[in-house]
Design a protein around this ligand. Structure first.
Ligand SMILES: [Zn+2]
Length: 308
């Protein structure tokens, strides 16, 4: 597979692909991005992928796993793009579609992320992983980790419904319930991983998470006959989905398969609206679910936080 990794901070483009780097060795930048041989792959995307199996792995060449034998799949992706005729009439929008991600193996779009992330971990020989979650990621990762024989430690906020916790445990994962905010739960998980010397899943900062989500863009463009929609709208917590989807449309444009990029709209439910609140208060960054009362723009401790 021909792909390489670029540091989006300093531009270094010769980072090793046989290591799970958390940051660029040159500048410490954490946003590392795989790139592919787009000129060579464009005709493969246009002429061959449509006849392949209807999962996200039909886009195998654009996913950062070296060997096929490491792929852990349960048929994720390949979800229907449904035409919403009645809602179109009600809203006066003639071409309205729903990408129905409920059809994944554990009924959420996180199955794409779990499939690629667990495949990458398997490729690097990692046998034990720690993940913090508000529910869906833990369920999905548990299903895929069980299939790969990888032991999973899930740190869940106490607000996660009991049914979801049971589902995680049924897959054989260790469940640690943390009575705190999601932000705090992630800190506890990170400390646990550090103390035990275990691999910590990095969520949106991990390449696998973002690369998996771009397959949503590929599928939508293919289902529309190689076109971009005018708008892509998604309900988000931390925004991993749209970040990956944007990368996907950017790559499709690089390959000449679509001409334009869609506009992106992120919707947040009232119960999880850190970005909306930050936007309303004119803040540059968000924290998980609430703006702390001691917020200090100049504090060196302030970091961007995500609630995935
Ligand atoms: Zn760098």
């Amino acid at each position: 597979m021909s792909w390489y990794v670029v540091c989006t901070n300093c531009g270094r483009d010769d980072l090793p692909t046989d290591q799970l780097l958390a940051a660029c060795p040159s500048c410490g930048g954490e946003w590392l991005d795989p790139r592919y041989d787009y000129d060579r792959l464009a005709p493969v995307m246009r002429e061959e992928t449509g006849a392949r199996s209807c999962t996200m792995w039909r886009f195998r060449e654009w996913l950062p796993v070296h060997k096929d034998e490491h792929i852990v799949t349960m048929g994720e992706g390949g979800t229907p793009l449904l035409r919403l005729k009645n809602l179109s009439l009600m809203l006066g929008i003639p071409h309205l579609y729903l990408k129905d991600e409920r059809q994944g193996p554990t009924a959420s779009f996180k199955d794409r992320q779990a499939s690629l992330a667990i495949s990458v971990l398997r490729e690097h020989g990692i046998r034990e992983v720690v993940v913090a979650s508000t529910g869906n990621v833990a369920i999905s990762y548990s299903a895929y980790a069980a299939q790969a024989g990888i032991k999973l430690w899930t740190f869940l906020t106490s607000s996660v419904p009991a049914d979801k916790m049971r589902e995680v445990a049924l897959y054989g994962s260790e469940v640690v319930k943390v009575t705190a905010t999601y932000d705090r739960t992630k800190q506890v998980a990170a400390r646990f991983a550090e103390q035990r010397g275990l691999f910590l899943d990095r969520g949106i900062k991990g390449m696998a998470a973002r690369e998996s989500m771009k397959t949503i863009a590929y599928e939508i463009a293919q289902q529309l006959g190689w076109r971009s929609p005018d708008w892509y709208i998604q309900a988000v917590s931390g925004g991993l989905g749209p970040v990956g989807v944007l990368k996907g449309f950017w790559e499709l444009r690089e390959m000449g398969l679509v001409e334009t990029m869609p506009k992106i709209a992120c919707i947040q439910a009232a119960g999880c609206a850190p970005m909306v609140r930050a936007w309303e208060q004119g803040l540059p960054q968000t924290c998980c679910g609430r703006i702390p009362s001691d917020f200090d723009h100049h504090s060196s401790h302030w970091r961007p936080r995500h609630c995935l």
